[in-house]
Design a protein around this ligand. Structure first.
Ligand code: M6R
Length: 608
């Protein structure tokens, strides 16, 4: 949700900022801008639209070897429409800032500043933060930031430059992430390391209350008492190639193609002799044995992974599981018992609602487990225990490989619970984990080889206004995700329904030619699902069915049938997900839409 960057070094800063913003663009792409020191003056260039528009607006600044320091921003609009005026950086003649987050009391601060004579040019909350810093600024930026911080409420990560502090960056945060990253040719401040990974893999995350003061050859991090802290850096194990497209036309396709490898890697990391070993997560056997209920809390795709996890854990471990949207969990005064476990799932580890739900559970003294992809993210650091999905950087806004790996981790956890609670024997568990390690990645690879077949199906349905996704049990859980993926990147209205529920209202929307995509991989209930499919066919629906190759449906049941590699029914959501992701991907490609950066969205949702 907004990407910010600052650079001070020995090379052209504008080029570094714009290149970094290109890598951060998936965090928001409503507008972009930079501010930099040129002849000891602060110059700002910003505009509505993508980074490309900003690049076109910048001229010789992109090559001016005399520009060493600046800040940059790519925006996901919250306060104020996407426009030139509302683009960051914001500031005064003394100070310029870029901001990620929301200043909740900006109306109050704006009024306070207007009474002091400040005039506002934008509708943003950020401008109030910039002008508040200016108000407190006499000759010491750190003092001004400290004073402003006392008044600012909400969430923020901010990088600032001051006209009288030539070639110096100041950074601070509350709730939203920001890191400093040293390189041989200067230093960066950035929302996330992936944006500067071609220069460095080392970074230090700023903590709340710290202020970083950065020059070309020095990084000082001041603690809340303004004492310099000793800096120890974390290192990521990704390489630059992992964060780039590697020959694929879109990040989304590249990331779908990575699924077999990342599933294998994540599963094997959590096994010992084919038995789940979660000892590094902080979860003890005792906790799993005693748990009265497991609460899975997450947003979007991560929540959909939770729906599959619930069925797997209840089936294998016989523990009741509730799955709740993080944005709802926070405000429903959840009933949590002392032996319960709260599992939060998040690719980014920064989603504001999920983080808030985690904090609520911790405040109540409940053990929290994070299933997280980004190491060192807020959720990874704050949860009592962490299981990492080793998916590597996921850049496309539509989550794909992270979802499939979340499923894999939840399966391993469900098997562990089944074993600990003596619902499964070691032999059963080993048979399942072998399948997860071998047959699941193999099945996903087989689906990938059939991408052209799926593309042809996408071409047939791409011009529809509305699609219904139906299934029962695990197939319902997966159709929730399939529908989200499709609507997110194709802009086709999609609804997911439990197949048996359609006749209680929604079937009135199924008329001649309306597509119904049915998921029928569960052998035990396939007949029931087939009946529901027939009910829609009788109303003129065009049917596409996803089924397992060993449990085929009658040829005349549908206009199109995608037979999936057969796995145990428990694991069918993995291959089904890949097929559904490819279908959504090719629909978006055929519609010539922006696959990796769908409208109105951002990769990491750090506002509530
Ligand atoms: O980073 P998180 O997993 O916490 O993100 C949660 C959702 O915002 C995310 O899954 C979103 O729904 C994706 N864009 C879906 O593809």
């Amino acid at each position: 949700m907004c990407g910010i960057i600052g650079y001070v070094g020995t090379e052209n800063a504008v080029q570094k900022l714009v290149t970094g913003l290109e890598a951060l663009e998936y965090r928001g792409y409503d507008s972009a801008g930079v501010a930099f020191f040129e002849n000891e003056q602060l110059k700002t260039v910003k505009c509505r639209g993508r980074i490309e528009a900003l690049r076109n607006l910048l001229g010789c600044e992109l090559n001016n070897a005399e520009i060493y320091c600046g800040i940059g921003h790519t925006r996901w609009a919250t306060h104020g429409e996407p426009s030139d005026r509302n683009s960051h950086p914001h500031g005064t003649e003394n100070v310029s800032i870029v901001h990620n987050g929301i200043i909740e009391n900006y109306v109050e601060i704006k009024k306070f500043l207007q009474e002091k004579g400040y005039i506002f040019e934008s509708e943003t909350d950020t401008e109030t933060a910039a002008k508040l810093i200016d108000f407190f600024y006499k000759d010491n930026p750190v003092d001004a930031i400290r004073e402003a911080q006392k008044m600012l409420r909400g969430s923020f990560a901010i990088c600032a430059v001051f006209k009288n502090e030539n070639n110096k960056l100041f950074a601070f945060r509350k709730d939203n992430p920001i890191i400093v990253a040293p390189t041989d040719a200067g230093n960066f401040v950035v929302s996330e390391i992936s944006a500067v990974i071609k220069y460095t893999k080392r970074f230090r995350r700023l903590e709340k209350g710290e202020i970083a003061v950065i020059t070309n050859d020095n990084i000082t991090i001041l603690d809340p008492d303004n004492e310099p802290t000793e800096i120890s850096y974390e290192t990521v194990d990704w390489d630059a190639e992992a964060a780039e497209k590697g020959g694929f036309p879109h990040f989304m396709l590249k990331e779908i193609y990575e699924e077999p490898d990342v599933v294998k890697r994540t599963v094997s990391e959590n096994l010992s002799n084919y038995i789940p070993d979660l000892s590094s997560s902080g979860l003890s056997d005792e906790m799993l044995r005693k748990a009265g209920r497991i609460h899975i809390v997450a947003c979007g795709t991560a929540m959909h992974a939770g729906l599959v996890g619930k069925i797997a854990i209840e089936k294998l471990g016989r523990v009741p599981v509730s799955v709740v949207l993080a944005s709802e969990f926070r405000y429903q005064n959840p009933i949590l018992d002392e032996n319960d476990i709260v599992i939060v799932i998040s690719q980014s580890g920064e989603t504001a609602d999920t983080l808030a739900a985690l904090r609520l559970a911790k405040e109540r003294g409940i053990f929290t487990l994070g299933i997280v992809n980004v190491m060192g993210s807020a959720i990874a650091r704050e949860a009592d225990g962490v299981l990492y999905t080793l998916a590597g950087p996921e850049i496309a806004v539509a989550s794909t490989k992270a979802y499939v790996v979340q499923l894999a981790v939840l399966y391993v956890l469900a098997l562990k619970i089944g074993l600990v609670r003596e619902k499964l024997s070691e032999k059963d568990v080993q048979a399942y984990t072998r399948e997860l390690l071998e047959a699941v990645p193999e099945g996903i690879s087989r689906i990938l080889k059939r991408k052209e077949e799926i593309r042809e199906v996408a071409k047939k349905y791409k011009d529809n206004k509305s699609i219904f996704f139906i299934g029962r049990g695990m197939d319902y859980a997966i159709c929730c995700e399939a529908a989200l993926k499709m609507k997110e990147i194709s802009y086709i209205h999609c609804e997911s329904y439990a197949a048996g529920e359609l006749k209680h209202g929604t079937i009135s929307l199924v008329t001649d030619g309306v597509p119904v995509f049915a998921f029928a991989t569960d052998h035990d209930i396939i007949e029931k699902t087939l009946s529901n499919i027939k009910e829609t066919a009788a109303r003129g629906a065009r049917i596409l069915i996803f089924c397992g190759e060993n449990n085929p449906v009658p040829e005349n049941a549908a206009e199109d049938i995608i037979e999936l590699p057969q796995l145990s029914e428990l694991f069918m959501p993995t291959v089904t997900a890949t097929a559904a992701q490819l279908l959504a991907y090719y629909t978006s490609v055929e519609l010539e839409l922006d696959v990796d950066k769908p409208r109105n969205l951002a990769k990491s949702v750090t506002v509530e």
